[in-house]
Ligand binder design. Structure first.
Ligand SMILES: [Mg+2]
Length: 212
């Protein structure tokens, strides 16, 4: 049986930095204000949260609608429209998931945030079909030992965040793979399990499956 591979969503499968920018522009156009004004509102909203993954789209949109005296439902419809989510899918994501599926890897998700929002990113991009529901973990707090300890030995988790990778390194049943798309950091690769994009994933998996 091949290893289970779990993917992070934000900035791993989806270009979340771009998504934030596009969503801000869409909200600004809808409300007839500048992107900067929307960004300021977002920063104030974020400042009042304990953690950025506590960001609740409904709560945020409700506050925004109240502030600008705009229809919450219309704002919500604009925000959840698939177009921006589809523009932000890394094109290589579909390719690698199809390849891994053909090679009989079991695939899943290991993501942090609100389930409806995270699943929406997968659903509108037609990615849900790749992931086994029992291996789709969307948690409010990612570094949750309960879930991680229950994963089979040799589970591979791919993530872009250094803090997540460092946490996963401590767990004996997990093999973390750090995806760093930013060229600036490529010199840090060393012997760690680091990839700069999904084209490097299959060669690394082959290397990992070889006996030492
Ligand atoms: Mg991420």
């Amino acid at each position: 049986m091949k290893n289970l591979i779990l993917f992070d969503i934000d900035d791993t499968l989806i270009n979340t930095k771009l998504l934030k920018k596009l969503q801000m522009e869409t909200l600004a156009n809808t409300l007839g204000v500048s992107s900067q004004e929307i960004e300021n509102f977002r920063l104030i909203y974020l400042n009042n949260l304990k953690r950025t993954s506590d960001f609740s789209t409904n709560d945020y949109l409700q506050q925004l609608a109240n502030y600008y005296n705009f229809s919450f439902l219309d704002l919500k419809r604009t925000f959840w429209h698939p177009i921006n989510f589809q523009k932000c899918l890394f094109p290589e994501s579909v390719e690698i998931l199809s390849k891994l599926e053909k090679e009989k890897y079991q695939l899943g998700i290991y993501s942090e945030g609100f389930t409806d929002f995270q699943k929406h990113k997968l659903k509108v991009n037609n990615l849900l079909k790749f992931f086994a529901p029992q291996h789709t973990h969307i948690l409010r707090r990612k570094m949750d030992p309960k879930v991680l300890e229950s994963l089979p030995k040799g589970t591979i988790i791919i993530d872009d965040k250094p803090s997540v990778i460092n946490y996963l390194k401590k767990l004996s049943n997990i093999i973390p793979i750090h995806i760093i798309r930013d060229n600036k950091y490529q010199s840090n690769k060393n012997n760690e399990n680091v990839i700069s994009g999904f084209t490097e994933l299959i060669p690394l998996l082959d290397q990992l499956s070889k006996p030492l």
